[in-house]
Ligand binder design. Structure first.
Ligand code: ASP
Length: 240
């Protein structure tokens, strides 16, 4: 218990100095770029990076997940998006899958997913299943590699895909957790971790989008698993 208290005190201390540390990291990176006359180019790169992540998340949320949902459950996927809209908006505004969990469970049950499935899948999904985070971590690592000018081999890209998926599993369902586990991905392929400063400035916004995708992905998972429960499957199809 005492070790726990000591650790908590240490974490609280880190939380207090974190904003200052992040400020230093970001200003140092942008200051260097400004001194080299590359500030505009860097802003442009960051803009493209944001566009890439948002497009990827959009494709995943509006095409891949709906296709999987339709294939396994024969539900109307876009109606399901509407039914889950309260959870998606809560995830967007809190940037935390864990904080959104009660709303996700409520919406999924209202959408006709059985209580058995929501109770089993959603709490697990809120911490383990993070599609949005995995997608973002892979895109961010490749973006950093391109900024650094590192030519990635196919093996390195596969390593990024694998470690990004595992790092997303390890990330907690709290704001900016993906940014921390991304250091694992950067280390795995030998990318300089200080370049995380490049994406720090826009992470607060991307975090909201990826959390919304994470919560929707969990709900799709619960609906799909629901069809594997024999008696629940019937109810689901009737409701849908
Ligand atoms: N904020 C995300 C979530 O709670 C995790 C992350 O990607 O930072 O799902």
């Amino acid at each position: 218990e005492q070790i726990n208290h000591a650790l908590m005190a240490f974490v609280m201390l880190l939380m207090k100095v974190a904003p200052f540390g992040i400020f230093c990291l970001v200003t140092a990176r942008f200051g260097e770029a400004a001194a080299e006359g590359e500030l505009m180019a860097m802003m442009q790169q960051t803009g493209w990076y944001m566009m890439t992540v948002l497009t990827g998340l959009g494709i995943h949320a509006l095409i891949t997940l709906p296709a999987l949902l339709w294939f396994f459950t024969r539900r109307n996927p876009y109606r399901f998006v509407l039914q889950m809209s309260r959870a998606i908006l809560t995830a967007f505004s809190t940037a935390s899958s864990s904080a959104t969990l009660p709303v996700t469970m409520e919406c999924a049950e209202e959408a006709g997913v059985s209580e058995r499935s929501t109770d089993f899948v959603l709490p697990l999904g809120a911490t383990i299943n993070m599609d949005g985070t995995a997608l973002y971590e892979a895109a961010a690592a490749i973006f950093i590699a391109q900024v650094v000018g590192m030519d990635m081999s196919v093996m390195q890209q596969v390593t990024i895909a694998l470690t990004a998926t595992l790092a997303a599993v390890g990330a907690a369902g709290i704001p900016e957790a993906g940014l921390v586990t991304m250091l694992i991905v950067l280390n795995a392929v030998g990318l300089p971790v200080e370049y995380v400063a490049l994406i720090l400035s826009v992470d607060w916004l991307l975090d909201r989008f990826r959390t919304a995708v994470n919560a929707f992905g969990d709900a799709c998972g619960a609906a799909i698993i629901d069809t594997t429960f024999p008696d629940a499957a019937k109810a689901t199809i009737e409701e849908a």
